[in-house]
Write a protein that binds this ligand. Structure first.
Ligand code: FHN
Length: 682
């Protein structure tokens, strides 16, 4: 990113979580009752199993497929249906699966009742495309739900809305010859409801985990009907937010006030600061595939999985870890090894995960934290990844400490030393566990932790004077700050109102209890930069020139190296009305007129990937395969004309592209190309 281009410190609006959206802890007695066991559990097993386990990722000369193999290998339906008589997992043992999950410290299981291929792992009265039609014949959901109950596990089902088999599901796969004549999506919705009724009434799942909700035929209204059906069938059953259309791609949460669902669903990622105020669950694979792929040996080490579990719990989330069983019904050996290693760690440290709440601390340099608040005594669990030697510094502890000990050696108290609001805990020279050792710190009453202030501004760079505000998440404390890079002390200025910066400055802040420092020190540097000068062009083109490219990508290619398949012009960086082409790329090139020197914020929303460049510099990178998602970036620009380019691609499914722009402090508006005398400019 260039000298002038920079990332903004964005004022992320608090993600509202409406009454029908993912539940806020404590958001209401009915919701709390429903979520109580789930919040206690913190850790579950995800199972992706079906006909796709038979090819195990291999089709003709390709070996990289997974549960999507029918689509990614473009297998015609009649060919895929030949897998049905091959499904005979004689090694399937529901008790073995449940035992492995329980021993790993998991407290619930979610299995695919039906994935996108439409094949049902239960004996459905609504279709013959189910396990009852296979040589195996047994009802897998029945056996697993009963085994879960025997082993003290909650049972849940993953049910795909998208269905590549049912004749009424639309859209068809773009490569498919199969006719869509007579397809009636309303009739498909009735089929979907009928199967959900079957599943709830027969297997009593505690979780209904929907997925495959992103295609245009599925709408908020349909999601609302399905959500209400679930509530009517079993008000205690938890329903994820993918029942609706507002999951926000892999982030799993959009903050949409219309969203319904009991928890948010980040996928293959852990939100950097969790999702404060909502219930959320990260689902993750152990290698790179959800369904069994016999060639995929990219297994995450057990240490990484343990630290992911701790990281998720420290942010107040649940961790749903996936296994893709093999065609014979057994778990892959590497999965069993990892589940056993996690179970061994949980056997000693499980109380620091189950039933805990998110860390009360700011980011900790040596690891993570969870807590169990109590009226009389609270327990803070300090998860030490990087052993600091013989002393552990715990910042901002306002509570009175009572005692500390290692979960691995509960009978050996650890010496405590208070230094202002910091606490030092004496440690043995060697960590009991090289992956993560847990220190328990017991304090009097509910935990009081002094969080560091938050230094906020719209941008880390500025051309015109920049307003900087400092917020304290710990009420009742004073904030003192400096702008010369020194650490604030009891004589530094008190923060009372926003600070106006006119030159580059390093702002540092700390909360104080009277003269005593209470929190750690936070700092942010804000740089005054020179704007990139505008260009004086005699007769610049008035619209964006848009080149079209064709190909099958997962990320943006270099369009400059590809032959153009045609072109058109547009005033804005948006898609033509009704544009839904697949396996296509567009490159927009043109000029924008900047009215005055300033830092300009660009918002790039796209499905799939996109990238925005100003003067050849990447200002926003929103590349990759994802549902509609927005990213922002900024750059300091001088008055005049600036060349801009936007690359965008769509693989399959939904499409979206919109660029908005505005000077710092102004609401970004749809970006328009240069047009002499045009009223609207960024
Ligand atoms: O397309 C599915 C995918 O196969 C898998 O089931 C994951 C797991 O959550 N969900 C969808 C991708 O977001």
């Amino acid at each position: 990113m260039s000298r002038a281009a920079t990332l903004f410190l964005l004022l992320l609006a608090g993600c509202a979580s409406p009454s029908r959206g993912p539940s806020r802890p404590g958001s209401g007695s009915e919701s709390d009752r429903r979520m109580e066991w789930w919040r206690e559990a913190r850790f579950g097993l995800f199972l992706h199993w079906g006909l796709y386990a038979i090819p195990g990722g291999e089709w003709k000369d390709a070996t990289g497929h997974g549960e999507w193999i029918r689509d990614t290998a473009r297998i015609p339906l009649d060919v895929y249906e030949r897998l049905l008589p091959m499904f005979d997992p004689t090694g399937f043992d529901a008790d073995a699966w449940a035992r492995a999950a329980r021993a790993a410290g998991m407290r619930y299981v979610v299995i695919t009742s039906k994935h996108h291929d439409g094949f049902c792992l239960f004996d459905s009265g609504e279709t013959e495309w189910d396990v009852a039609s296979t040589p195996f014949g047994r009802d897998i959901l029945q056996e697993l739900s009963e085994a879960c109950r025997r082993h003290g596990l909650r049972f849940g089902t993953y049910h795909s809305i998208m269905d590549w088999h049912h004749p009424d599901y639309l859209p068809r796969r773009s490569w498919e010859e199969r006719s869509a004549d007579g397809a009636d999506f309303d009739r498909f919705e009735r089929y979907l409801h009928a199967q959900v009724r079957e599943i709830v009434r027969r297997y009593r799942p505690s979780v209904m985990w929907f997925d495959g909700e992103w295609e245009p035929t599925w709408t908020h209204e349909r999601g609302l009907r399905l959500f209400r059906l679930c509530r009517s069938l079993d008000p205690s059953m938890i329903v994820n937010n993918r029942v609706d259309v507002h999951r926000g791609g892999m982030a799993g949460f959009s903050g949409s006030p219309d969203a319904v669902g009991d928890f948010a669903t980040p996928e293959q990622e852990i939100p950097p600061t969790g999702l404060p105020g909502v219930d959320w669950e990260t689902c993750m694979t152990m290698n790179d595939h959800w369904g069994w792929n016999s060639r995929d040996s990219n297994w995450k080490p057990a240490a990484e999985l343990i630290r992911n579990l701790v990281d998720v719990a420290s942010k107040g989330g649940n961790f749903l870890l996936n296994v893709g069983p093999k065609a014979d019904g057994t778990f892959p050996e590497p999965c069993l090894e990892r589940l056993a290693a996690i179970g061994s760690w949980m056997a000693t440290n499980g109380e620091s995960i189950h039933g805990t709440q998110a860390s009360p601390f700011d980011a900790l340099p040596w690891g993570r934290s969870t807590m169990k608040p109590g009226e009389e005594t609270s327990r803070l669990y300090l998860h030490v990844f990087d052993w600091p030697g013989t002393s552990l510094l715990v910042p901002g502890v306002g509570s009175e400490p009572r005692r500390a000990f290692l979960l691995a050696e509960p009978d050996k108290p650890l010496a405590l030393e208070r230094r202002g609001s910091d606490l030092r805990i004496a440690l043995p020279a060697q960590a009991p566990d090289p992956v993560c050792s847990v220190v328990v710190l017991e304090v009097e009453g509910k935990p009081v932790v002094y969080r560091a202030p938050e230094i906020r501004a719209e941008s880390a760079t500025f051309v015109r004077p920049l307003e900087v505000s400092i917020l304290s998440p710990s009420p009742g404390l004073e904030i003192r700050y400096t702008t010369d890079g020194t650490d604030p002390d009891g004589t530094s200025p008190l923060y009372r109102e926003s600070i106006t910066l006119r030159e580059t400055a390093s702002v540092k802040a700390r909360t104080f209890h009277g003269p005593t420092p209470a929190s750690g020190v936070v700092s942010n540097t804000f740089r005054r930069v020179e704007p990139l000068p505008g260009e004086a062009i005699a007769d610049p083109q008035r619209d964006f020139q848009v080149q079209r490219f064709e190909g099958d990508w997962d990320r943006l290619p270099d369009f400059g190296a590809l032959p153009s398949k045609g072109s058109f012009r547009r005033r804005t960086v948006t898609l033509p009305d009704g544009f839904r082409d697949e396996r296509v790329g567009l490159r927009y090139e043109g000029w924008i007129e900047i009215p005055r020197d300033d830092v300009y914020l660009f918002s790039l929303a796209s499905d799939d990937g996109a990238r925005l460049l100003v003067r050849g510099e990447t200002v926003v990178d929103n590349d990759g395969l994802h549902a509609a998602a927005e990213k922002r970036g900024g750059i300091a620009l001088g008055a005049g004309l600036h060349p801009i380019a936007v690359d965008w691609f769509n693989k399959t499914g939904d499409v979206h592209l919109e660029v908005r722009a505005g000077a710092l402090g102004a609401e970004p508006r749809p970006l328009q190309s240069f047009a002499p005398g045009a009223r609207k400019r960024p």
